[in-house]
Design a protein around this ligand. Sequence first.
Ligand code: RP5
Length: 166
Amino acid sequence: MAENVSGPLVGLIMGSDSDWPTMESAATALGEFDIPFEVGVVSAHRTPQRMLDYAKSAAGRGIKVIIAGAGGAAHLPGMVASATPLPVIGVPVPLKHLDGMDSLLSIVQMPAGVPVATVSIGGAHNAGLLAVRILAASDPALRTRMVEFQANLEQLVLAKDDALRT
Ligand code: RP5
């Protein structure tokens, strides 16, 4: 269990509600580890002041990690990272044009000094797991759960290998 259970530890934000089908698996991953999180739509282009308010207030509200997903001209993760000292994980959301390459490149190619940990196109589940690992670095019980998760993952692969061979 994460150390602070009184409020959300992870901020899961996205540029539009249309990003939710992609971002939902981040929520699933956080839920699997009982991490309290909040979800919201925060657009870098359509609600710039809300984005700045969110980024600047997150740490003070007890948030430890921000996961930010956006598609197309995906400036949300980088802009949020510019206005918070918290670790920001960027999720490139694939839209119908360019297969998400535009989202990926606009999130991953950050200027020196403003890091965003970018996962793969559509990689929201891994974003959730990465947030868990960041929290687990200072939470031994959560780290134990991550070790168990990894062991289960290994067993799943070995079981599939067995099934193929029989
Ligand atoms: C981005 O524009 C959002 O993150 C979304 O991926 C994309 C399209 O948004 P909608 O037009 O579907 O609201 O800011």
